[in-house]
Design a protein around this ligand. Structure first.
Ligand SMILES: [Zn+2]
Length: 234
């Protein structure tokens, strides 16, 4: 059993260079990279081309300050002096689909509008987005999406339903942050009482038939809009 576990662990020990090669090789969302270690990696696209591995910027051991802080595997660095190992994992983030009906009782697709924001900040400032953001520590995805919707729109979410998740990359402060974006269908208390705040410069209700995924600046949001429209849950 121990031998089997060691074998499995060695299979995922691809290098930083192979990770970067994968980033360079992939040019569209969800193309699979088959690494030398026979492991499939699905990567998203935003700004990753020619980007060094995120851990290249970590030169010193954060525990003892040693310069002998070296590549451990594709996901981690280790300190050769104190033994500290740091794994670089994606951050959890949430995205909200909030719908309202133009006419009560009508269920047709063209009766529904989606709440869309315009990004107030980089990256992709000025493009369309959906309410959402990073999860805080010790917070559930459901709590995170409720908090972000409140912060950006003032709306009170009364129920959440997980729809799907997508990997994404997000360039912030010259650093490529990897995320797992969790999409939730959210019911809100009173959809008419909302106003743009925080990361949102503007709120727009867009009829579903008028949504254009290319207007959304972040990769996972653009793909999420496409998936949502193709599997419209109502
Ligand atoms: Zn150290």
């Amino acid at each position: 059993m121990k031998a089997a576990i060691e074998q499995e662990q060695s299979d995922v020990r691809i290098s930083f260079a192979e990770h970067e090669q994968a980033l360079d090789a992939v040019s569209t969302l969800n193309i699979e990279f088959q690494s030398k270690a026979k492991k499939n990696y699905k990567l998203s696209t935003l700004n990753y081309k020619k980007m060094p591995h995120p851990l290249h910027q970590f030169h010193y051991c954060p525990k003892c300050g040693s310069q002998r802080f070296v590549e451990h595997n594709a996901k981690s660095k280790e300190c050769l002096d104190c033994g500290f190992v740091y794994y670089f994992n994606p951050s959890a983030a949430t995205v909200a689909f909030i719908l309202r009906a133009k006419e009560e009782g009508l269920k047709a697709k063209d009766n529904w509008e989606l709440l869309v924001t315009r990004r107030a900040k980089e990256p992709a400032r000025g493009t369309l987005d959906l309410p959402g953001g990073f999860c805080d520590m010790f917070e559930t995805g459901e709590e995170g999406v409720c908090r972000e919707v409140k912060e950006e729109t003032g709306l009170d979410v009364t129920s959440t339903q997980f729809v799907f998740s997508l990997p994404n990359t997000y360039l912030y402060s010259g650093f490529l942050v990897h995320t797992v974006d969790m999409f939730f269908l959210c019911q809100v208390r009173d959809s008419d009482i909302c106003h743009a705040m925080d990361d949102a410069a503007e709120l727009i209700w867009i009829p579903l038939q008028d949504l254009r995924p290319d207007d959304f600046g972040l990769d996972s949001i653009r793909l999420g809009i496409k998936k949502f429209l193709s599997n419209f849950p109502i």
